[in-house]
Design a protein around this ligand. Structure first.
Ligand code: COA
Length: 149
C-alpha cells in the first residue's frame, strides 16, 4: 500500500502505508544528548499502530510483540515525526502492522526535508471487555485474503 501524498525520499524510498500520526517533537521528549528519546519515538509508533489496529478490527486492541527495530538517524527538537502504517497480515485475532517513522523539517523543501528514522513490525491482538483475544471480523477495507501470503 503506497501513500500517494509523498514524494521521493532517502535512497529512493518513500513512506509506505497510511499516515496514521503526525506530531511535533518538543524539548521534553529529549534524551540527555539533546536528541529525541528513542522510547518516545517507539511510543508514537505504538500509538499509531494501535489506531490502525482498532480501525482494522473494530475492537480494543493490545500490543503483543514488537520485532527488531533499528534507529537509522536521530530526530531533533522541532522536527515533525510522521508515522506510516501498513497492515501486512490479519490472523484470527492478531494483526501484523509494519510501522515506519519519517521525520520532516517543515521549513525545508518537501523532497529534501524528509528522512527515514526507524521501522518495525508490531503485532496487535483484538480483545474483548475481559481482555481475552477475540476474532477479528471481516472488514471490507482490509480483506484478509488480499493480505494473506
Ligand atoms: C495479547 C494477549 C491478549 C494474548 O493472549 P493469549 O491468551 O496468548 O491469546 P491467544 O493464545 O488466543 O493468542 C492470540 C493471538 O496472539 C498471538 N500471540 C500471542 N502471543 C504471541 C507471541 N508471544 N508472539 C507472537 N504472537 C503471539 C497468537 O498467535 C494469536 O494470533 P492469531 O489468533 O491471529 O493466530 C495477552 O498475551 C495479553 O493480554 N498480553 C498483554 C498485552 C499488553 O498488555 N500489551 C501492552 C499494552 S497495549
Amino acid at each position: 500500500m503506497q501513500c500517494d501524498t509523498t514524494k521521493a525520499t532517502d535512497a529512493g524510498r518513500q513512506p509506505d502505508g497510511l499516515l496514521v500520526l503526525r506530531t511535533l517533537t518538543m524539548p521534553k521528549d529529549c534524551n540527555p544528548n539533546g536528541d529525541i528519546f528513542g522510547g518516545w519515538i517507539l511510543s508514537q509508533m505504538d500509538i499509531g499502530g494501535g489506531l490502525m489496529a482498532k480501525e482494522v478490527s473494530y475492537s480494543r486492541t493490545v500490543t503483543v510483540t514488537i520485532e527488531k527495530m533499528t534507529f537509522v538517524r536521530p530526530v531533533h527538537v522541532g522536527e515533525t515525526v510522521c508515522i506510516y502504517a501498513n497492515v501486512l497480515k490479519i490472523g484470527n485475532t492478531s494483526m501484523d502492522i509494519k510501522l515506519e517513522v519519517w521525520d520532516k523539517d517543515l521549513t525545508e523543501e518537501f523532497e529534501e526535508g524528509r528522512h527515514l528514522v526507524t521501522e518495525g513490525l508490531f503485532r496487535y491482538v483484538a480483545i474483548d471487555e475481559e481482555g481475552r483475544s477475540k476474532r477479528i471480523p471481516d472488514n471490507p477495507k482490509f480483506p484478509r485474503e488480499a493480505l494473506a501470503g
